[in-house]
Design a protein around this ligand. Sequence first.
Ligand SMILES: Nc1ncnc2c1ncn2[C@@H]1O[C@H](COP(=O)(O)OP(=O)(O)O)[C@@H](O)[C@H]1O
Ligand SMILES: O=C(CO)[C@@H](O)[C@@H](O)COP(=O)(O)O
Length: 570
Amino acid sequence: MNANNDRYVVGVDFGTLSGRAVVVRVSDGAEVGTAVHEYAHRVIEERLPGSAVRLGPDWALQSPEDWRQVLRVAVPGAVAAAGISPSKVIGLGTDFTACTVLPATADGTPLCEVDGLAERPHAWPKLWKHHAAQPHADRINAVAARRKETWLSRYGGKISAEWAFAKGLQVLEEDPEVYGRAERWIEAADWIVWQLTGVETRNVCAAGYKAIHTGGGYPSAEFLAELNPAFTGFTAKLGQELSPLGGLAGRLDARAAAWTGLPEGIAISVGNVDAHVTAAAADAVRPGQMVAIMGTSTCHIMPSDALAEVPGMCGVVRDGIVPGLWGYEAGQSGVGDIFGWFVETSVPGSYEREAERRGLTVHEHLTELAAAQRVGQHGLVALDWHNGNRSVLVDHDLSAVIVGQTLATRPEDTYRALIEATAFGARVIVETFEDSGVPVTEFVAAGGLIKNRFLMQVYADVLRRPISVIGSEQGCALGSAIHAAVAAGAYPDITAASAAMGRRAEAVHLPDAGRADAYDRLYADYRRLHDHFADGEMLHGLRALRNEASTSKEQGGRVTGLPRVMGAAG
Ligand SMILES: Nc1ncnc2c1ncn2[C@@H]1O[C@H](COP(=O)(O)OP(=O)(O)O)[C@@H](O)[C@H]1O
Ligand SMILES: O=C(CO)[C@@H](O)[C@@H](O)COP(=O)(O)O
């Protein structure tokens, strides 16, 4: 092929901590340049930026300006790294974490950027892992179950606290003025496309999974009125017309052309969710191909030609991954985040020094030590609920449990038990799909955790099945680039574009029968533990106590000062 005729697309992935742009060749999906921009405010969890206003437990916000900065920095950075002329770029596509959602005015201005509202927590975008709307989700679920709302089964029987209605109801009930000022309640996935094109669109994926749009519309006004009479008009703030994945949302406008350095007028594809877009990058858009995007959290995405009710799934949406098929989603709210938490809070300095001496990260050092053990040698089993449970229990007020620790337990034992716990959580999800009549024919791993070969092997052994691996380290951004190629007209549809531009290696990690048998025993213990704590009786109580104690003044404050030494002269 004549390189001078090469055309390119840019994919931009807006993650939890950073945004990444990748420049991709349209003909074969080669990634020719990439750049990452870390959000200045990362995740806003304690206080609002530049303000003394503190946030409550389980809050997680983000800054829209951090997202714009990705367009200004990472996109031109990726084009420069690719060493191509921007005039060769024919389209740009984006994906976002979800449900990351914000209140905005009718012209798309985020309310946190409106005069006088910057110090109002509810004016800020709520990140997907904002879990403070659990009581609102509980009410949504109770009212929907009582009214026998038909849409509930499409969402595995429960709406998550992470999704758009729970977060919107929280705004209404905790800051009605901000709620009233919000003319739009919009996914960041669609807001960023609005910033790029000047055109407001709503993608079928986010609306379907996160905003209870079942194809026929949103939940009824009567249902919303039962939650709160003032919530009746909520759906007017959402999108009324939905745009198909791979569709053309609009064209890069002059302002965004100046930000990105790309030619004004190039195709901008309809917004998408990070997990779902990755299926295209792995060329895994056929029925039964389950793609697990394993990073901070894990999302499980699977197209199917069958519509079924899968308990505890996040949702099944027509055209939700690729047009023409049902798209299923399930998920684990904490995976890499759990290992990250452990490394940050529970590893002695001697381990850090040894890792440094060996030129490894602490993760790599612990992984090596853990990998030297036989299955079950640590005597532990854990529940992976440090960030609640998305599937199959749909309860973010659950928390983690580790059983079996002794005075001989070493950090690598616990690290291994945590890796295994997330693999067991994945097995619960796969089994629930298969038990519900939705076969999983191939398990494809994507995301940052695929680099940990030991972890991948644990998953193959625990799941008792081969694991295929995506052929890109930036699956989300590559998937967005593939969607951009479709929107620009370079391919007729996502399936054709995925076949040409996406890639995966099949059956890279194979299960070992001996280890798989040993894991079956541990998995049985995991299931017992899972079912024992699933009702939340104890874990909800502990969380309530934590929340009360952290806000209460009644205990007379913390005890300070050192105890007097027994027997010391005083
Ligand atoms: N060697 C490792 N093994 C297991 N987990 C790791 C390792 N290195 C980093 N992590 C975890 O991986 C997560 C980051 O995954 P990544 O896919 O890069 O992020 P994201 O989900 O935000 O896209 C972090 O939560 C971190 O704690
Ligand atoms: O929930 C979804 C997608 O539905 C994800 O956006 C969310 O879990 C965040 O994903 P990451 O862990 O940041 O990759």
